[in-house]
Design a protein around this ligand. Structure first.
Ligand SMILES: Cc1cc2nc3c(=O)[nH]c(=O)nc-3n(C[C@H](O)[C@H](O)[C@H](O)COP(=O)(O)O)c2cc1C
Length: 200
């Protein structure tokens, strides 16, 4: 049993929920491995879609921790940038012949064009750690919902540890990218990837 009285727990819980914010600038010191492990542990405690992935023999949630300055981080950043640039070009082309799509997607398309122009995806490689979470696809397809629960737990834990955290949506686009999946050691198309996150 925890030492806190029920009211203290409630107050602490509210504080963490209110303090959780997106961080987009990070200190360059590496947090301790214990902190990173405890954040991953919080993600493992998040609910998962048992009925959807029930028959899998393998574990259905995996975490990949990439360190700033490492070869894998550099490779990941370049592969994500390439993927986003391709996506930007495809979307621009599709919008040329589809007015409704143009109306709906113009804001997003402008953001992708900005990323192409600056030559890097904001939020990739800027924090000491970049954590990718993979959730096995099941039936029905509810892996993105499971990932959202997982990331929220991780985010709240990072907040409790006074560490910054940022979601990076672009990561989700890499789930079918053969080179990216090979780097992680997973089969393309079998896993959904977290709309990402990073920690300092
Ligand atoms: C589905 C989803 C995708 C998001 N993607 C990104 C992202 O790619 N980059 C980013 O900096 N923030 C991202 N965010 C964070 C939101 O921009 C942020 O939560 C929102 O602006 C509210 O600010 P707060 O988190 O500080 O409360 C995302 C949030 C959600 C729910």
């Amino acid at each position: 049993m925890s030492k806190e009285a029920p009211n203290q727990k409630n107050v602490i819980f509210d504080e963490i929920v209110v303090k959780r914010r997106s961080h987009r600038r990070f200190w360059q010191e590496f947090p301790s491995k214990d902190d990173i492990r405890s954040i991953i542990d919080a993600g493992l405690h998040a609910p998962f879609a048992a009925a959807a992935v029930g028959s899998t023999k393998d574990y259905f949630r995996r975490f990949f921790v990439l360190k700033m300055g490492s070869k894998s981080m550099t490779t990941a950043a370049s592969l994500i940038f390439e993927e986003i640039s391709t996506m930007a070009s495809k979307l621009e082309l599709a919008m040329e012949n589809d007015t409704q799509l143009r109306e709906n997607a113009i804001g997003f398309s402008n953001r992708l064009a900005m990323i192409k122009k600056i030559g890097k995806v904001p939020g990739i490689g800027t924090a000491p750690y970049f954590i990718i979470v993979a959730e096995k696809k099941g039936f029905p397809a509810v892996e993105q919902q499971s990932l959202a629960h997982c990331l929220e737990n991780m985010w709240l834990k990072a907040t409790a540890l006074s560490l910054g955290f940022q979601l990076v949506s672009a990561t989700a686009q890499m789930a079918d990218n053969p080179e990216f999946c090979a780097m992680l050691g997973i089969n393309p198309g079998e896993w959904a990837l977290s709309i990402r996150n990073k920690i300092d």
